[in-house]
Design a protein around this ligand. Structure first.
Ligand code: LMR
Length: 328
């Protein structure tokens, strides 16, 4: 009788260890935008590749549209280990104490994707990601989104048109300075709250790449938009360092491969997705889209130019100079 119960016990232990070994590692990937955006699509791509390459040993759960965490909460959750992957905008690392990422917010610092990718896919980008390590965060990649347009309920054809307007911005001191430079009133707000704030008039306008504007339906509550391309919005894909380092080496290798490939994908689709969204906004007939003339664009550039110098002490003059040099 004793031997029988011992055998039953051993079988039970054996089975549960098999069951444990078969239990997939769950990676929660939280983000704040819609699934049908460059970041949303790239997150789904990573999920598909990660699950395929690890043969199901890893299960990636993607939570889009702030369904798991909002902007500020997601950073805290990552540090606590409650979520394993995020891709916050580069404009949202200041509150974490990593001010250098705000260099990406400097108005007109990048001429286009080519100049930008020299930084994100080069040595400067790697040095920037390394700044996350002391915070217990590992930076895995940069994912593109796109260049921002201003929107509001009245036309914005010159910098003076922004004067006195309450403009929603992300939590970046550079963006705050950018708006103050043209005497508008910057309001930091979580992405999930922007649509309602625009609808109810809590803020008058905002700035975003077209894919974000369109998928959040902001164009339905913004009568005017100007294709200023005055700044860049993109992402750092980040993980909890302890979690990543603690993964079995073979699993980590496969996940790294999935990340490299989904980064290529993200950066391939970003421009096209934003162009498609712009056309969709146009087709909706709800927002008048203004393409600035060369003179109008030059006026915005001139108005925002002092922001670079003013933000030197926050971001670091050397970093700003290295970007001018790499992209110039
Ligand atoms: C925003 O808050 O406007 C963006 O950072 C949202 C996003 O993740 O693209």
């Amino acid at each position: 009788m004793k031997i029988r119960s011992l055998l039953v016990g051993l079988v039970a232990v054996g089975l549960s260890s098999v069951a444990l070994a078969a239990e997939p590692i769950v990676i929660k990937f939280s983000h704040v935008v819609a699934q049908d955006t460059p970041k949303g699509k790239a997150a789904e791509k990573f999920k598909a590749l990660a699950e395929e390459y690890t043969k199901g040993a890893v299960k990636v759960e993607v939570y889009a549209n702030s369904t798991l965490y909002k902007d500020k909460e997601e950073m805290e959750a990552l540090q606590l280990g409650a979520v394993q992957l995020l891709a916050p905008s580069l404009a949202k690392f200041g509150p974490l104490g990593v001010r250098e990422f705000e260099v990406f917010d400097l108005p007109y610092i990048f001429d286009g994707y080519e100049a930008l990718n020299k930084i994100t896919q080069g040595a400067v980008g790697q040095q920037l990601l390394a700044k996350l390590e002391p915070k217990g965060i590992r930076g895995l990649a940069f994912w593109d989104n796109g260049f921002k347009s201003f929107s509001a309920n009245s036309p914005i054809k010159k910098p003076e048109d922004l004067r006195g307007k309450k403009m929603r911005i992300q939590s970046s001191k550079v963006l705050e300075e950018q708006m103050r430079e043209v005497k508008s009133l910057p309001q930091v707000m979580a992405f999930s709250e922007v649509y309602q704030a625009l609808q109810t008039g809590v803020v008058d306008g905002t700035e975003n790449p077209h894919s974000n504007l369109y998928t959040q339906k902001m164009h339905e509550v913004q009568k005017h938009m100007t294709l200023t391309d005055h700044g860049y919005l993109g992402y750092a894909v980040i993980t909890n360092k302890k979690f990543w380092d603690g993964l079995p080496a073979e699993i980590r290798t496969q996940l790294d491969k999935a990340m490299v490939e989904s980064t290529v994908y993200a950066n391939q689709i970003a421009k096209e997705e934003n162009d498609k969204s712009l056309e969709a906004v146009r087709a909706s007939g709800k927002t008048e889209i203004h393409t600035p003339t060369a003179e109008e664009k030059a006026a915005f550039k001139k108005a925002f130019a002092p922001v670079h110098k003013k933000m030197e002490s926050r971001i670091g003059a050397e970093l700003i100079q290295s970007i001018y040099k790499e992209t110039g």
